[in-house]
Design a protein around this ligand. Sequence first.
Ligand SMILES: [Zn+2]
Length: 267
Amino acid sequence: MPELPEMETYKLLLQPLIGGQAVTGATINREKSINIPAEQFTSLVTNQKIKGIERRAKYLVFRLQNGSCLLLHLMLGGRMFFGKEEDRPDRTVQVQLSFENHHLYFTGLRLGYLHLLSLEMIQQEFQHIGPEPLDQHFSFHTFENILKDRKGGLKTTLLNQEVIAGIGNRYSDEILWHAQLLPERKINELDHDDLVRLYKSIQYILQQGIQQGGYMEEPLFKGDLKTGGYDMYVHSHEGENCRRCHSTIVMKEISSRKAYFCQSCQH
Ligand SMILES: [Zn+2]
């Protein structure tokens, strides 16, 4: 599932492509991917300019000229492609937004969705989501306060969207490897130095993920060299050598999620 760096990459790349552009049409092939009848959806978004694109946690919000918003969550397997009809990948398209002869294709939306909502409804959707880890107000002090009184394991805590926004199964492994902490360590057992390292690793890994274009394998548009440049340190690298200490990376299921880590240099 795309996480903060992937959605931020999509946002940054889409802004110059569709920002300020008017939607000239919409095609809905799967009604379950939207929240209102297809005809109504199409007429409400058509002729609306995309005023801005924002990211919150793993969501993108397309702000429309009339004040309403499109809320996108790709969930597992969802992805986007922007381009002309002849360039689009050979995948089933669930929703398509057209910008004259270019289109934004949403594919793989089985659990994912694109909902047309008011700004108030979006704010309500976001009310239980924790702080953005790359926000300038997310200080070490804030981080320490959030984790105070928590007792869970590190990986499980990082995955909890109500604690911190945008971190999922892949980047939680990357962050914990970088901080040299084991995924099952308990939050309340960490000392001050561990916490500082964890805080710094969250920011470092997520920023690196964004700079390198996240892990999504398919390009957003023809000639896109940015998307998918991030090379995971440990996630999905079971049996390979740890890049820090050369021991073997292991995989273990923790609360039914696969966790990849190095038993020798993570403590
Ligand atoms: Zn190692």
